[in-house]
Ligand binder design. Structure first.
Ligand code: ZN
Ligand code: FE
Length: 256
């Protein structure tokens, strides 16, 4: 089976919607359609019929395009069971450990509470593709709105343990603001310095910085490095538990 081909569709002000496509089986899945129009444009240009819609969490900027897309294509809606009250019309409600089948492509459901209580990420190992909504971003992570800091940290640890070659398809182009924060708390990280420079160049040409690759995040994303003694030391938190270092970094970013 060929890997899913992923097309980025910029939507709203800084969201990315993803279209994952397998030409052989004509499978076409859209992930987190915060609006329908830009997705319809790509589908129509390519002559693709939408077969699946996947939602990572209930926020409007990830689901507002569901109804229009589903009514037009009769696509199947997959989303987190624990957010069924806040996402209309789910055909398949999934929980941690479930394997979804998208035209033969198997996606592992990973519950990643924190940003919302029921947030999920889907890991398509054979395509090396992680759709993680607003849990993990390039050089950042989502705000902790509904869950606890401990939940969010544990969610990030689970994503961190995936194949280091995983391509991270996240919900937003937040990379430059994340980069400014990351370099402010970790200024001597040479890998981070190089990435910040590269991302600034990309954004100046209006190129997407997504997907990021997990192995690059491991070295440079401060939210994935809350248990790194060097970073904790730089923050004056050498004695703190990783979850408390994580919480401190998240709070600093919220006020940055
Ligand atoms: Zn969100
Ligand atoms: Fe979002």
């Amino acid at each position: 089976m060929n890997p899913l081909q992923v097309t980025l569709v910029p939507a709203l002000s800084d969201n990315y919607v993803y279209i994952a496509r397998d030409d052989n089986t004509q499978t076409t899945m859209v992930v987190d359609p915060g609006e329908a129009d830009p997705v319809l444009k790509v589908l129509d240009e390519n002559g693709w019929n939408l077969t699946h819609v996947l939602n990572t969490h209930h926020h409007g900027d990830h689901i507002a395009g569901n109804e229009e897309l589903i009514s037009r294509f009769n696509a199947k809606l997959i989303g987190p069971k624990s957010e069924h009250a806040r996402i209309n019309g789910m055909d398949e409600q999934v929980v941690d450990g479930d394997i979804i089948d998208v035209g033969g492509h198997k996606g592992q459901v990973i519950e990643t509470p924190g940003h919302t209580r029921g947030h999920i990420a889907i890991w398509f190992a054979e395509s090396d593709a992680l759709f993680c909504g607003d849990t993990l971003f390039a050089l950042g992570c989502g705000r902790v709105f509904e869950g606890t800091m401990e939940q969010m940290w544990n969610s990030l640890l689970r994503l961190r343990s995936l194949n280091s070659t995983a391509k991270i398809y996240c919900g937003h182009e937040y990379t430059i603001s994340n980069a400014k924060f990351a370099i402010s708390i970790d200024p001597n990280n040479t890998k981070l310095q190089l990435r910040v420079k590269k991302f600034e160049e990309m954004r100046s040409k209006n190129q997407p910085t997504i997907p990021s690759v997990l192995m690059d995040e491991l070295d440079t994303n401060p939210f994935l490095r809350a248990d790194d003694p060097t970073l904790a030391g730089e923050l004056g938190l050498s004695e703190a538990k990783p979850v408390d270092v994580f919480a401190a970094i998240r709070e600093r970013k919220d006020n940055f």
